[in-house]
Each structure stands twice: as C-alpha cells, then as structure tokens.
Design a protein. Sequence first.
Length: 319
Amino acid sequence: MWQIKIMWDILLDSLIDCAKTLPFLLAIYLLIEFLETNKRARDKTVRLLNGKLAPLVAGCVGIVPQCGFSVMATDLYVQNYLKTGTLIAFFVATSDEALPLLLSNGKTVGIVWIVVLVKVVYAVLLGYLINLFDRRKLADTYEEHEEEGCCHHELGEADDHDDHEDGDEDDHAHTDGKSKWHKFWEFVNHPLLHTAKIFVYIFVVNSVFGVLLHYFEQPIMDFSAKLGIFQSFFTAAIGLVPNCASSVIVTSMYTSGVNGAHIIGLPALLAGLVANSGIALVVLFRDKKQIKRNLLIVAIMYFAGVLCGIGAELVTMLL
C-alpha cells in the first residue's frame, strides 16, 4: 500500500507542477494566435524579440520563480520567434523551485542575492554572445502565415457576407452574434487544444522523471558528496533533468548537511541551477525535426553550468 501512496504522491506532485505552467502555456498559444492574425502587434513583438534588448529582457524575466517563462520562451523558439542566445538567456536565468527553497531556509537567505545576480548577469552575457553566432532568419513576415494560426493550422474562412444576403433585421442580428461567437471560438480553439496536448506530454515525462528521482535521490546525494571540487560536473547534469524535482535536489544538497557543512558548495549549486531550465527541455524536444539543434542547446546548458561552477570555485579559492 505504501508503494501505491508513493506513486500517487509523485503523480500528484507532477500534476501540480504541470498545472502551474497551464496559464503560461495558454497565454503563449493565445499570443501566437494573436500575432499570426494581427500584423501590427506581430511586428512590434518581433522587433522586441529580435532587438538589442532581447537577452536582457530574457535574463530579467527568466529569474522569476517557477519555469513557466522558460516554457513560454521554448515554444516561441520552436515557432522561430526567438534567437538561440535569447532562449539560452531564459534557460540560464530560470530558477524554478530554487529561490523559494533558499528563501524558506534561514541559513541560506543570505546567498539568494548572489544566486540571482550570478544567474541574471551570466544569462544576459551568454545570450548576447550566442546571438552573435545565430544567423537564422526569424519569423518576421506576416504574409507568410496569413492563412495559418497557432501551430500553423489553417484558419477558417469568414462567411459573414453569405449570411447577410437574406433575412430581416432580426436575422442579421442573430447572424452577427453567431458570427462573433464563431470567430471567438475559432480564435481560442486551437490554442486550447495545443495547451491540452502539451500539458499531457509534460505530465507524462515529468511523472517518469519524478519516479526515477524519488528512488535515486539519496544515492545521488551520497555520490555528489564524494566528488569534491568536481561536484559542478555532476550537479550540472542533475540540473538538466527536465523535472522540477531536479532543482529541488540540487538546492536540498546545498541546504542539507551535518554540523553546518553542506553536501555541495555554492559553486556546485550555481552549476546545477544554471543548467536547470525546469521542464522547458520537454517542450524543446517535442520538435523532433531539430534533434541536433536541441542536443546542441542541451550541451550549451551543461557546459554553461559547469563553467559557472568552476569559475565560482576559482573565485572562492582566491577569496
């Protein structure tokens, strides 16, 4: 019975984690639908996402707890609205569950500002650097998507004129009302459907990793404690796991310990949190046509985490 209760708790935690992303998912799909049917709004948004401030905006927004913004950014990237560096800035800045955990522990409140500062500055710098090498042409021409909506579905044709050809004023009013409701439903239908699909996809993957992390959490912590200065290589790998529990494990290894000694040091904590992007990688790998590109992004995130950890380790030694 206790095994069933454990599985239920894991599934419930996964469901709650996924539910937190629902508003962000629906918002981004509605935004994409709006952008693809409104040229002026689309052009303004594209200029912002393509502009010089894009990595800065990504770094500042991404630091907000939870991984909703990184999920939003990933889908924008898949839709070709973001450059790779801007996406990396979102990922690196994402804190997921780490900041609430650090803030809730009286002994670690003092290092929160260090984590925030390092992640934001590092995210912005990496974003600008990587964007220098990203020559992709982003989605910037409304006419190319004129007959498509969210997820590139085909938009329905308006039939107002046919409905208005005959009938009295009451018929006109009835038809107008029906037409407006039809347009509204046509606008939200595909974003709602896409949100539901990706919610189920994220929930399944999140649950699988939740089970694995539950049964291997203690061995992971024990192994990390023996690595010494090489902890950053290990915690960065943990951070890549597309599950909210990964940021919890990394943070817990820093907040836990005996006689005030942490299982991992601050450099290893930074390495794990820099590499962590919540469940955003799940969304990224839904695009199976770009596996090489996706693997490259994973590699960038891993080595970004490791380099941050090694750099922090060197600074700590010098101080």
